[in-house]
Design a protein around this ligand. Structure first.
Ligand code: IPE
Ligand code: IPE
Ligand code: MG
Length: 246
């Protein structure tokens, strides 16, 4: 037994150097279209990719994997697709929470999830509470997330504290803004991956991406797997991060 690794901890600090990776999981619809299938089939295959990649991230020793699942702009989609996506999310939490918990994973949700349907909010809060005491990696799901909305909510929070006399406007600094963001207790973002060939951020983690390395792949999200994640981590290893220095 002594040689067996604890399931919630990597063997040693990972060589790739990535603590926190985030993925804009794009291309489910195009994946389905190529197969003459309805878009929901692409989203279902996308959930399978989430399972694979969450497992791989854990095995590769990431401290945090953040996945963009539903943006604050995705409400523009047809109601039937929104209902399909929320249904898949509900099912995912029900089906996968035990595995996450057994592996010491902490499930986090970022974004304005409190504006979702009350029964879903309840389910999310129970799932987060159940895994909050774990000591393994964080899987953060961005739901009803928009970076601009996140910054608006953070600004409101700080303004309220100033109005209440808890601090002065001059005391607002980078640390205070970071502490008011949804990602307050997550490690700094190292690597931001987007699938499907689009090269834009689509309102994802704009503040956190300030010095993240960006990695774009043409692969559609339902095709993404452990090997694709390993390739992104390999690419990261070759980057020279200077943070404005030399
Ligand atoms: C990503 O796939 C999933 C979500 C945005 C929820 P898309 O649904 O955007 O797939 P494409 O971009 O239409 O191929
Ligand atoms: C970004 O993908 C949002 C998610 C992956 C959840 P979109 O498909 O919504 O992005 P745009 O509309 O192409 O920018
Ligand atoms: Mg898309």
């Amino acid at each position: 037994m002594a040689s067996q690794a604890r399931p919630d901890l990597p063997h040693s600090a990972p060589a790739h150097g990535v603590r926190h990776a985030a993925i804009i999981m794009d291309g489910n619809g195009r994946w389905a279209k190529k197969r003459l299938m309805p878009r929901i089939a692409g989203h279902r295959a996308g959930v399978e990719a989430v399972r694979r990649v969450a497992r791989a991230a854990r095995e590769m020793g990431l401290e945090c994997l953040t996945l963009y699942a539903f943006s604050s702009e995705n409400w523009k989609r047809p109601a039937s697709e929104i209902a399909d996506l929320m249904g898949l999310l509900r099912h995912f939490i029900q089906a996968d929470l035990d595995e996450f918990h057994a592996n010491g994973v902490r499930l986090r949700i970022i974004g304005n999830y409190r504006a979702l349907e009350p029964s879903l909010v309840d389910m999310i809060e129970k799932a987060m509470a159940r895994t909050a005491g774990n000591s393994g990696p964080i899987i953060a799901i961005a739901l009803n997330y928009g970076a601009q909305d996140e910054m608006v909510r953070a600004t409101q929070q700080l303004a309220q504290r100033v109005a209440a006399g808890e601090m002065t406007a001059d005391e607002i600094d980078i640390d205070k803004i970071e502490a008011a963001l949804d990602t307050a207790d997550l490690p700094p973002l190292d690597l931001l991956i987007r699938t499907s060939g689009e090269q834009r951020l689509s309102n994802f983690m704009l503040w956190q991406a300030a010095y993240a390395e960006l990695y774009f792949t043409d692969m559609l999200w339902p095709d993404f797997d452990a090997k694709a994640l390993a390739q992104a981590l390999d690419a990261f290893k070759l980057r020279d991060r200077r943070f404005g220095g030399l």
